[in-house]
Every structure is written in C-alpha cells, then in structure tokens.
Design a protein around this ligand. Structure first.
Ligand SMILES: [Zn+2]
Ligand SMILES: [Zn+2]
Length: 285
C-alpha cells in the first residue's frame, strides 16, 4: 500500500470519508435475495444493524436441519472471508480501497483546497459535477484493477449495472463537493459538538442536519408542530450518520417525531446503528 504524502493527507482523509460513507450505506442496505453464493451469505448475515440477531432468529419456513447446515456453511464462509458487517473489517476495507484509489487521482485534485477550487473556473468545468460513470475512467485512468476486484468480491459492485465506475462516480462527486464547500464555521459555532452527535466519532468531517428538515419548515409552523425559532436547530453529524437519519425516516416523520438528537437515540434501530458505526476506526485512530 502506498503512503500518502504529507501535503495530500487532508484531502486523502476527505476522500476516505466519502468512500467509507458510500461503503457503509451500501452494506447497511438490505440485499435483494439471490442465489449467488456470496450474496446468500450476505443475505443471511443480514445488514450490519441486524446482524447480531441474525444467527439466533430462526428463518421462517426453513426446517431445522437445513437451517443448521446453512448456518454451518455461513460460519465456514465468514471464517474464510472477513465479514464487512464487522466494524473492524469494514474500516480496514475502506482504508485499503481509499489508499489504492486516491493516489490514482490527477495530481491537481490531490492537493486542491477550497480557495484554489473556487478561483479555478477551468478546473470546475473540467470536473463538472455531478460526475457519472463515464467520468470515472478519465479521473482514474491508472486505477489498479485490484480495486474493482475487491469491490466485486464483496458484492459492493455488481457488473454490469453497477460496476466500479458507477460506484466511484458519486464518491468522486462528494469528494469534489466537499472541497468546493467553504471551510466549516469556527469551532465555537459548532455548539459543543466534539464529534458526530450520534456516533461520537470525532475526527471525521461533520455536516449539519436540520432536525426539522427545511423541506417541511413551512408546514411545521402552519400545523403548529414547531415554533418558528426552533426551525434552525441542527445536529452535527458525520456523513454516514447523516445519510442514515434520512434513510431512517422521511422529512415529515423527522420533523414530527425525531426533532432532537435524544428522540432519535430513543429508537432501537438508531441505537444499533450508532453502536455499529461508532466502532469504525481507521488505523492509527
Ligand atoms: Zn456519526
Ligand atoms: Zn439532514
């Protein structure tokens, strides 16, 4: 694995955040049932948030013998192949994919910062956002094939509909979007957020989540759910938790039932998520 030069370290960490957010999202989504061996393993172990119950919950309609055999097979496979629903394995995997992919980016994107990005309109049009699967090979012409192999071995990508190019395009887009976003407000304005207010990870980029989503602000006031002055309440969240919250509940449900971090944390599903994602640590952290 290549080491990342000092002057690229900050961008590398942003890139790895974007990549791990996409991986976490992919892995925590329920997989459709297929007969492929790898998928069947993924399906049986379930999404990370459910995985702890998976082995003790009997599958309905499956007789006991078949169940025991299936379980033995899963255990054998898991042993042979690290299970990405395990936080340590996922962190290692994200680290590995990021470290293989980032060095293949064009030099100008590896050290780019906000101030040079906003000044350089040529560069902005060269990398017009959002990037698509067609752009990926242009940005990463020398990407090591082992990246594509690893992603497909773990069923993160599935050719031909979602190959490595399609998988990486939104990651490259969110990477460039982060670079084009003004630096965060001074620490003082981050309320007391020392880290993500859900998972507590404190070295990761945070973005703010409107606890009452802006989309329903007008309605929330009109219907008397909230006072005008509460509309700007935010929670500082890491990318993975932020996306999770929006998958967990729609705008209106967030506004009515989950308008504080505490209310979110009362939900079993949120607690399991936070417990799982909070254990994702990169090497050296
Ligand atoms: Zn978080
Ligand atoms: Zn949000």
């Amino acid at each position: 694995m290549m080491t990342i030069p000092e002057d690229q370290q900050r961008n590398y960490e942003i890139f790895r955040d974007c990549l791990s957010t996409a991986l976490i999202e992919k892995i925590s989504q329920p997989e459709p049932k297929t007969k492929r061996k790898f998928r069947s393993k993924k399906h049986s172990t379930g999404s990370p948030v459910q995985s702890r119950n998976a082995t003790t919950t009997p599958h309905l309609g499956v007789d006991a013998k078949a169940q025991t055999e299936a379980k033995a097979q899963i255990e054998a496979e898991v042993e042979a192949d690290p299970d990405l629903s395990n936080a340590d394995s996922l962190a290692d995997f994200a680290d590995y994919i990021a470290a293989e992919t980032f060095p293949a980016l064009p030099a100008e994107l590896k050290t780019l910062d906000y101030y040079s990005y906003v000044k350089d309109t040529d560069l902005q049009s060269r990398y017009a956002l959002p990037l698509t699967g067609f752009d990926t090979p242009l940005l990463l012409p020398s990407l090591d094939p082992s990246v594509a192999d690893s992603l497909s071995a773990y069923a993160i990508t599935s050719e031909p509909t979602q190959g490595v190019d399609e998988f990486l395009a939104p990651i490259l887009t969110s990477y460039l979007t982060s670079l084009s976003t003004p630096p965060p407000a001074p620490r003082a304005t981050l309320r007391e957020a020392e880290g993500c207010e859900l998972c507590g990870r404190d070295w990761i980029n945070l973005s703010y989540h409107h606890l009452i989503p802006r989309y329903v602000h007008a309605k929330a006031v009109r219907r008397g759910w909230h006072r005008e002055e509460d509309l700007q309440n935010v929670a500082w969240l890491c990318g993975a938790c932020h996306r999770f919250v929006h998958r967990f509940a729609g705008h209106e449900e967030l506004a009515r039932k989950y308008y504080t971090v505490e209310l979110l944390m009362e939900e079993e599903g949120v607690k399991r998520w936070v417990d799982w994602v909070g254990r994702l640590r990169w090497k050296g952290r």
